[in-house]
Write a protein that binds this ligand. Structure first.
Ligand SMILES: *Cc1c(COP(=O)(O)O)cnc(C)c1O
Length: 361
């Protein structure tokens, strides 16, 4: 048995802290089951704290929010030219992202057929290489927009590729490119609507990038790929219990690949939690830079010696051997613990299977 515990007071603290750091509108990014915290419950907590704009990565997430009575603005963060998807979005009042001429034409066509004016957010590709119009397409985009009477621009945005990096060079170049495109649009008499570019790392580090709105996800969980200088609480931990407690003799191997061998007789506990639950999956800090990959490889090679712990009765219990798909073995030396006692483990909620029950405390 296990549960992912979400400390709602700490989450509320983070929300308030983030709110106090900006006067821009906050778009709460709730993709990936709200980074694992639970989509609907998290949206409701956000709303209680005055957040009234959400962004998701899947249409299913947006529909789920609608069916749970969330009436606020919801932005779908990928661009689609699929008529069926667009009909579904417009029919449910979900804001499409338009990032290509094909999606613009499709949204215009569907909106016209549905006899409505579709509010969209335009996406510009300032260097991510995924969704969005390229800067040299802006002139043509403005022309096309003037021909698209079924489309109304609610906002324009771009996504940053390196906001976690130590040096802000790439981020500021993307910002400059974005602002040039915006000027160009204005010169061509196209109102770009609300402007947003910052994700969590950009929001926290560069106030200049706040613009009209900020799109925040990971900062709400206090789990960011940069040093947490803002005192954001880390949200979420896994709670399980000891399924077995027993003694292994000296010189006995533990786990796959026999990476651990007991020196003397040892009292062990087994916890039914493993990789499948997202435990031990997360790499701390960013693995985006080559040097970090080398560093992690080095640590992995040494990892037979790397010590990982869980908490039992307020004490650290070391994990012995490898983390398995569904189980771990811990050292109970010096810990008065028996079968059924609670075990807590740090885990990034994002990686915790959605089927694991969430408990809100
Ligand atoms: C995930 C995502 C965000 C939020 O990123 P965080 O770093 O978690 O704040 C913002 N914008 C887009 C387009 C995203 O995909």
């Amino acid at each position: 048995m296990k549960k992912l515990v979400v400390e709602t007071k700490k989450l509320a603290d983070n929300i308030e802290k983030i709110k106090s750091m900006t006067s821009s509108r906050i778009i709460a990014v709730l993709k990936g089951n709200a980074y694992g915290l639970g989509l609907v419950e998290t949206a409701k907590i956000m709303r209680e704290h005055g957040i009234d704009f959400f962004a998701v990565s899947e249409i299913e997430e947006a529909l789920r929010l609608r069916s749970e009575g969330i009436t606020d603005e919801i932005l779908l963060m990928y661009s689609t030219a699929n008529h069926e998807e667009i009909r579904c979005l417009l029919g449910n009042g979900i804001i499409p992202t338009v990032g290509s001429f094909a999606s613009l034409a499709a949204v215009n066509e569907v909106a016209t057929a549905m006899q409505l004016s579709a509010v969209v957010h335009l996406k510009l590709d300032t260097g991510f290489g995924r969704y969005g119009f390229l800067p040299d397409q802006v002139d043509k985009l403005c022309e096309a927009l003037k021909e698209s009477s079924g489309v109304k621009i609610g906002g324009t945005y771009t996504h940053l590729s390196s906001s976690f990096a130590k040096k802000p060079g790439i981020t500021f170049r993307q910002y400059d490119t974005f602002m040039k495109c915006i000027d160009q649009m204005k010169n061509l008499d196209v109102d770009p609507g609300m402007l947003h570019i910052a994700n969590s790392c950009a929001f926290l580090q560069y106030e200049k990038l706040h613009l009209d709105a900020v799109r925040i996800g990971s900062a709400f969980l206090g789990r960011i790929p940069i040093q947490n200088r803002w005192g954001l609480n880390r949200i979420g931990y896994l709670k399980s219990c000891l399924s077995e407690v027993k003694t292994l003799p000296a010189k006995h191997s533990i786990g796959y690949a026999n990476t651990f061998r007991t020196r003397s007789e040892v009292k062990i506990g087994i916890v039914p939690v493993g990789y499948f639950d997202g435990f031990g999956v997360e790499k701390t800090r960013d693995t985006f830079r080559f040097i970090d990959i080398i560093r992690y490889l080095y640590h992995d090679i040494r990892s037979c010696k790397k010590r990982l712990y869980v908490r039992i009765k307020g004490q650290n219990a070391r994990i012995l051997g490898r983390i398995n798909m569904f189980n771990i073995v811990v050292d109970l030396t010096g810990i008065e613990a028996g079968t059924g006692d609670e075990v807590t483990l740090d885990v990034n909620p994002l990686f915790v299977n959605p089927y694991v029950e969430r408990e809100y405390i």
